[in-house]
Ligand binder design. Structure first.
Ligand SMILES: Nc1ncnc2c1ncn2[C@@H]1O[C@H](COP(=O)(O)OP(=O)(O)OP(=O)(O)O)[C@@H](O)[C@H]1O
Ligand SMILES: O=P(O)(O)OC[C@H]1O[C@H](OP(=O)(O)OP(=O)(O)O)[C@H](O)[C@@H]1O
Length: 206
């Protein structure tokens, strides 16, 4: 049988997720975190790791080219992929918030919000009864209000340092975020034993 394929986000979640898998009893090579390879096989554990952009992990899992994956709740809410969300791994904890310059006053004629999460932002403001134009950015979101691209942003806050260093203030908290263990529906049927074992072992250490 093919190894169990895990889609892992590159970047900050990766190290924490690897640490968790090790704590759960999976023996992963010492050089694991240093490689630039995008596919890493660990035959001893019958595992294959696929390193994708964080936002793309649910796509790999939904399409079944990866059996399981690790994705932030922010990504799950933005992408709305058809996957099973099986476990809160409680890593990479942060929250989504609306922020602006301190002098922001509600009620502008054409409200503009910059975000890496356009779907999520539109849905959030709709729920608040506000129609906004969302300007999709790919990073450095905090630049937008300073540069006058948008009056507000929807972005991740963790320590609050980035907001502070850029003179922005938090207006509303939207949602707490942690990383989730996600599973492809067919894989769950076909490789249920292996996947359930992984979930059980992870559950014991989260
Ligand atoms: N400052 C933070 N502190 C803790 N967790 C965070 C923080 N920023 C993002 N995260 C979580 O980590 C995930 C991955 O974030 P990361 O910054 O590594 O990737 P990214 O910036 O979205 O990706 P890329 O820039 O490669 O497209 C996010 O989806 C979120 O769940
Ligand atoms: O509250 P803090 O601890 O300062 O963390 C929040 C920052 O971290 C993330 O950015 P990231 O480092 O991923 O950079 P990006 O601008 O490329 O998204 C997020 O988009 C914030 O900018």
């Amino acid at each position: 049988m093919r190894p169990l394929t895990i889609a892992m986000p590159k970047g900050r979640i990766f190290d924490e997720a690897v640490k968790l898998l090790r704590a759960a009893g999976y023996r992963l090579p010492e050089t694991f975190e240093e490689s630039r390879k995008l596919i890493i096989d660990v035959p001893e554990e019958h595992l294959r790791f696929v390193l994708a952009k964080p936002m793309d992990v649910p796509t790999y899992v939904e399409q079944g080219v990866a059996d399981v994956g690790v994705a932030g709740k922010d990504v799950m809410l933005e992408e709305k992929r058809d996957v099973y969300e099986m476990l809160d791994l409680k890593i990479s904890s942060c929250y989504l918030a609306v922020a602006s310059l301190p002098n922001y006053q509600k009620g502008e004629l054409h409200p503009k919000v910059a975000s890496k999460y356009p779907n999520l932002a539109i849905q959030y403001f709709k729920e608040q009864g506000e129609q906004v134009e969302v300007i999709k950015l790919n990073g450095s979101i905090e630049l937008a209000p300073i540069m006058g691209l948008a009056n507000r942003i929807v972005d991740i806050v963790s320590t609050g340092q980035t907001l502070k260093d850029n003179g922005l203030v938090e207006l509303e908290k939207i949602q707490e975020i942690t990383s989730r263990f996600i599973v492809n529906a067919s894989s769950y049927r076909l490789k249920g034993k292996e996947i359930q074992r992984m979930i059980k072992q992870l559950q014991a250490v989260v």
